[in-house]
Design a protein around this ligand. Structure first.
Ligand SMILES: NC(=O)C1=CN([C@@H]2O[C@H](COP(=O)(O)OP(=O)(O)OC[C@H]3O[C@@H](n4cnc5c(N)ncnc54)[C@H](O)[C@@H]3O)[C@@H](O)[C@H]2O)C=CC1
Ligand SMILES: O=C(O)[C@@H]1CCC=N1
Length: 278
C-alpha cells in the first residue's frame, strides 16, 4: 500500500473527522502525520487510541507545520474556529479544506483574515469505509497544485466530483451529504415492513441491508442506468410491479423532490444565518 506523508490537521474531531481520518489511514496515509484538535477530551482520547494520531486540546499544537488544514467543526462554531486558525497561519500558507455544510468561501476567508488557498468539500459518512461521495469546489485564487492536493486527500475517502459553482454544493449537501440517512431510513422501513409481514427480525435486517448493498454495487458496476436495472427486476404481472405501483401512488418521486429541496433550502438558510450571526 503506498504511504503518503502529507501533514494534515483536522480542526474538530467529531463524526466527519473520524470518518475522513479512517479513510486516509486505510488509503496508506501515515498516522504520525495526522493531527486533530478538539476541546472534548473523550473525543481526543478515542481518536488517539483508535488511529494512533496526535490529538491536541489546542489548535496551535495541531496545525504546527500542517500542509493541509481540514475544518470539521459545526457551522455554528465556524467563525470562532476559523478566526483561531487564521491568527496562527504564516507563509507558506497551507491549503484549507472546509467540510462545513452551508458555510461559504467568502465567510471562511473573512474569518481567516488570510488569502489562504481554500477548497470546500462536501463528503458523507461512508468515507469511513472509503465509499464516500464527495463534492468539491475551489475558491478563486486556489492554484492547480492545491486543487490536486485537495483531490488527492479527499479521494482517499471515495468518489470525488468537482462542481463549477459554489452554489451547487448546497445541492450536493442535499443529495450525497445527507443522502446516507435517506438510504438508512429506507433500509429501516424495509426491515420493519418485512417483520410486519412475518419475517424473523434478524433475517429482515440482514436481507434488507444486503439488498441495498447488492443494488448499489450493481448500479456502480453496470453500464445500465438505475431505471434499466429496476426494469430487469420488475417482471410483468409480478410482485415488484405491485410494490412499485404502491410507491408511485404514494408519491415517492415527488416526495423525494420535496425532501431534497428542503435539505438544499436548509443549507442555503444556514449560510445566510451563519453569515449574519457571526
Ligand atoms: N456528519 C455528516 O454526515 C456530515 C457532516 N458535515 C459537516 O462536518 C462538520 C462536522 O460535523 P460532525 O463531525 O457531524 O459534527 P460533530 O459535532 O460530531 O463534531 C464537531 C466537533 O468539533 C469540536 N469543536 C467544537 N468547537 C471546536 C473548536 N473551536 N476547535 C476544534 N474543535 C471544536 C466538537 O467538540 C466536536 O467534537 C459540520 O460542519 C457538518 O456540516 C459534512 C458532511 C457530512
Ligand atoms: O445534517 C447535516 O447538516 C450534515 C450535513 C450533511 C450531512 N450532515
Amino acid at each position: 500500500m503506498p504511504s503518503t506523508t502529507t501533514r494534515i490537521a483536522f480542526i474538530g474531531g467529531g463524526n466527519m473527522a473520524r470518518s475522513l481520518i479512517a479513510g486516509l489511514i486505510a488509503d496508506g496515509y501515515e498516522a504520525t502525520r495526522l493531527t486533530v484538535s478538539d476541546p472534548d477530551t473523550a473525543k481526543r482520547d478515542a481518536l488517539a487510541e483508535q488511529f494512533g494520531i496526535t490529538a491536541c486540546a489546542q489548535t496551535v499544537e495541531a496545525i504546527d507545520a500542517a500542509e493541509v488544514i481540514v475544518l470539521c467543526v459545526k457551522p455554528q462554531v465556524a467563525a470562532v474556529a476559523c478566526r483561531e486558525v487564521g491568527a496562527l497561519l504564516s507563509e507558506p500558507l497551507p491549503l484549507v479544506i472546509s467540510v462545513m455544510a452551508g458555510v461559504t468561501e467568502a465567510s471562511i476567508h473573512g474569518w481567516l483574515g488570510q488569502p489562504a488557498p481554500l477548497v470546500r468539500a462536501m463528503p458523507n459518512t461512508p468515507v469511513l469505509v472509503q465509499s464516500g461521495a464527495i463534492g468539491l469546489h475551489a475558491s478563486a485564487g486556489t492554484w492547480a497544485k492545491q486543487v490536486n492536493l485537495a483531490e488527492e486527500v479527499m479521494r482517499a475517502g471515495g468518489l470525488t466530483h468537482w462542481v463549477k459553482t459554489e452554489a451547487e454544493l448546497d445541492t450536493v449537501t442535499a443529495l450525497s451529504g445527507s443522502g446516507p440517512a435517506y438510504f438508512f431510513l429506507f433500509m429501516e422501513s424495509l426491515e420493519k415492513a418485512a417483520i410486519a409481514e412475518g419475517l424473523d427480525p434478524e433475517g429482515a435486517r440482514l436481507l434488507s441491508i444486503q439488498t441495498a448493498l447488492g443494488a448499489a454495487r450493481m448500479a456502480v458496476e453496470s453500464d445500465e442506468s438505475p431505471q434499466q436495472l429496476r426494469q430487469r427486476v420488475t417482471s410483468p404481472g409480478g410482485t415488484t410491479e405491485r410494490a412499485i405501483a404502491v410507491f408511485e401512488e404514494g408519491g415517492l418521486p415527488a416526495l423525494t423532490l420535496r425532501a431534497v429541496a428542503a435539505a438544499r433550502h436548509r443549507a442555503q438558510e444556514l449560510s445566510e444565518l451563519i453569515a449574519e450571526e457571526q
